[in-house]
Ligand binder design. Sequence first.
Ligand SMILES: Nc1ncnc2c1ncn2[C@@H]1O[C@H](COP(=O)(O)OP(=O)(O)OP(=O)(O)O)[C@@H](O)[C@H]1O
Length: 771
Amino acid sequence: MATEDTKIKQAEQAHLDYVRGKIKIAEEITAETITKAKQSQKDLEDHFYDDVRLKTSTYEGQMETGVSVRQQQQMLEQRQNRWQSATRDMETLQKLYQNAYFARIDLKEDGEAQPEKIYIGLSSFVNPNDSDEYLIYDWRAPISSVYYDSGVGEMTYNAPSGPQRVDVTLKRELQIKNGKLIQVFDTDEAVGDRVLLENLQHQSDTKMKSIVTTIQKEQNAIIRDTSSDLLFVQGVAGSGKTAAVLQRVAYLLYRYRGKLTPGQVILFSPNQLFNDYINQVLPELGEQNMVQMTYYQFMRRRVPRLTVETLEQRFDESLTDETQNVTTLKNSLALFKAEGEYADSLNQTGAAFRNIMFQGKVFISKEQINEIYRSFNPNYRLRNRLEATKEKLLQILKQRMGMEMKKRWVEEAVEGLSSEQIEILHANAGRQRTDDDRDARFLARQVVKAAFAKVHQQIKRNRFFNINQQFVNFLRQVPELVNLSDWHVTLSEWQTSVRATVKRFQAGKISMADVSIYLYLFDLVTGKQPDLKMRYLFIDEVQDYTPFQLAYLQWNYPRAKFTVLGDLNQAIFTRDSSQTLMADLRQLFNPDKIRVIKLLKSYRSTAQITDFTKQLIPDGQDIEAYARQGEVPVLAVTKNHEQAIQRLFQTIVTNQKAEETTAVIGKTLAECRQIAADLKDREVSTTLIQTENQRLAKGVVIVPAYLAKGLEFDAVVMWDGSKDNYPTDQDDKLVYTICTRAMHRLEIISIGQPSPLFAAVNPADYQLVKE
Ligand SMILES: Nc1ncnc2c1ncn2[C@@H]1O[C@H](COP(=O)(O)OP(=O)(O)OP(=O)(O)O)[C@@H](O)[C@H]1O
């Protein structure tokens, strides 16, 4: 006799077979739609001009032809859309056919006698023969929230009509592979630990995966939030911030389907490598990727003539700590506000202009431009003022061009034109030759136009505005706008920093702190319109952003709701200022519209690794380890470089036997290059990640710390965790970030005495090896 479990499994397999049967029917219907749409598109293309009424001899005829062509085009587009959407449906159906759903909940709404069975999968599916029969609910549907938020028993969820009370009578996890039911598991909890543990034991991949089957309750809150203007997710390393937020993008695209497109969602990521790492999650969930970029890219594309300090340079600079207070001020909200006020004051004082030159002489002087600029009504807004100045300058140019037409040089130039050039000029203007005065005037105008083309372009593109000078003027004026002593900066320190900026400028370079200040000023004066189209903005690793950058992003995307993710313990670029991040954000957003969600459980690493890493940072005691077991971390102390490389070699060999991807994480790129060369001598094949534009690979990866942000690996070897390399408590965040990249195995190799940071760790929580 079959046991209860077997009976359940049989019944579920029978249900699955039934659903798959319906999916097959839907596939057939969709295949037919595709064929028809394709055929009718082809017919339309083949006979495009047969159906267009071509009448071109009269104006009305041309109009009619235009309308007719447009109609045909519209029909073609419609059919193309039909075909594309049917093709997408087909892909979804094919996915569902293999893996229809992953969970079932039975729930009773108030007053109902029988519970309803809800099967949850990647997309929804309705019986093609009976549109009332919902066979699969999308994981993002309101009702699916019940699965993630509650165990068995009564609960309330947010139904479209408002809060709805339900009694959950069954929660069942269903594991399906290639259309076959592998496992059935009933649970009382929100999301069962069993599947989660199984998922987390998997080996790392070079690509991140979706977590749709095991979303945790706190993560579900992040995913489904629609009311906050600022959602700040503070999560410890490995707590699933990135994972949850990608699910959130998929959720928003579903919830606002038809109103929100992937192009209206933007994610700022720490580096390109990370972009590559996460770019499969949304397609796996059946959605297109959002716009992704780094803050560096966001800046750099706007200043093509300047070289912006790179990630690597920035990291090295932040390690030198020379002008920390000056940098803190430059990165502050106070400076952002001061800059706004400064820009406003230009209304009265005038802006920095450069002479407009023509044939090597001053054509319109900067003083003259300034006079025009200041001549407008005092309540002219800044951007209108520059716009109005531009118009006035174009007017002057036009008048001047009119005057020039009669000048001798123009006459000479016209006389010098070959008959071929004259033909071309006429042809380009679509003009018939008249061989009289009108021709002479036409040619003179062409000559003058060509001569003034550059001037015209300069005016059009605001080149008469000297942004470089204006920016330096602003920096020079900062001591009058901000109280330097509040920032523990002396006047001479500030002046020195301005000189350094000017010097960098002369060499065509600009620092990361300066570039935002520079562009904000440019935008204010030239009246750049902010991007009103973007609706959701995500920032990963927000602790590495400065308050200035956040304010500037908000200024650029005023209609976007912000979701920012961060771990203050991983602030490797901004360090101290990250502590005041929350206070700064409170100034930028309406405090009633800010929601903070904390994630304290670390899913990435084994309990042993989390218990070790949490002792490296001051507030680590709150971090909860997820109960996945592994070996304790190893601290290997070696006497010299040679011994350290030998140790590394052995560890890699061991990891390779276990088929684990190992990342060797060094502090600087130089250090990583050295390790790669040493391992090559020992015939170990490795991938050295030198720039953020590379791809991750399986096997052994060597990567500098600042590029390892957000990534994870089966095994991590921290290279040279010695006192020489990480001498003080100040290095805690960097060391924490490196060590928390490990999922299953962590080893720290130290050349000589280890960093004092490791002294804080209970010796029982790691294995000390002395070579
Ligand atoms: N609910 C979940 N189900 C399954 N896996 C999860 C879940 N939450 C997180 N993980 C896994 O834990 C790991 C860490 O997640 P993620 O990279 O999103 O963390 P993070 O908070 O962004 O980390 P960090 O700040 O250290 O970069 C990933 O492998 C992710 O897939």
